[in-house]
Design a binder for this molecule. Sequence first.
Ligand code: FAQ
Length: 311
Amino acid sequence: DSVVGQAVFDEIIARDSRIEPRDWMPDAYRRTLVRQISQHAHSEIIGMQPEGNWITRAPSLKRKAILMAKVQDEAGHGLYLYSAAQTLGITRDEMTQQLIDGKAKYSSIFNYPTPTWADMGAIGWLVDGAAICNQVPLCRASYGPYARAMVRVCKEESFHQRQGFEILLSLMNGTEAQREMAQDAVDRWYWPSLMMFGPPDDESPNSAQSMAWKIKRFSNDELRQRFVGMLVPQAEVLGIRLPDPDLRWNEDEKRWDMSEIDWTEFHEVLAGRGPMNAVRIQNRRDAHEEGAWVREAAAEYARTQARKTER
Ligand code: FAQ
């Protein structure tokens, strides 16, 4: 019964233990997890496109092999996350339908174009870097299947971030044109990567409850601060400029001062009006429709196998 259920739930959260799929949980907790985990899964799947764009044009066989492996990892992350969401009672079909109908959210970051090879470096360094900052605390999220999925995801993201850093480092050690290309990519990805952490704390409707439930362990602004603190020394090693003239450490307040983020741009992208939103959804819809025969064949195979074991 729900009174006992709530008490047990509260106790599990209070002692920092894990909620598992068969445990009683408040409906709102379940809905929040479905929301966050499905958005996270969609981000991984849509997030394959900006880099997938460069697989056929990677500058060497080695770069191509690495990039293919990274994009495949993203597919894998999407699949663990869809599986984690399914333990909460939503089906993969429902989630996919919401995505291809343009009704589901996914990270704003994947609605920007990748015009140059240096974008592969900037995505690895900044986008995977932001993903790690956000996801390491999620390894301690109160919902077991999500937290466990995050452990492996974070290990792979660390590799992704290093490969991005290394692409930028090679370019920065190259010709003047290569250095300019790297700087230009960082100039374009820096602000959108800060937006990945979500709206400022005082405009984040979900944060307080998600923190009380120990899904989120740090606020959006806290993680954004941590991310900037990680980037500054790495940018120095690269010899790359972070495109914010006002960025400096504030010793008195022990925080990074920075220019105002363009939240209008963020809201435009969330509303579906970013540079690549329409293309990303169209590609996903086409891939889903073109893959219908594979799903049908797999289902037919499963039925045949089931009939064989019945006999
Ligand atoms: N984009 O109240 P809050 C990756 C929405 S990394 C789009 O603060 P919350 C790896 C938010 O959903 C990227 N929407 O919400 C990779 C909410 O809308 P709703 C994926 C955003 O949930 C790398 C509303 O704004 N990572 O894929 C964004 O407490 C390279 C109000 O916001 C994750 O999803 C945004 N940037 O905090 C793959 C991490 N920010 O649902 C390929 C897990 C906020 O009420 C290549 N998620 N919104 O309609 C989270 O940690 C949280 O959900 C936050 C947002 C922090 C994203």
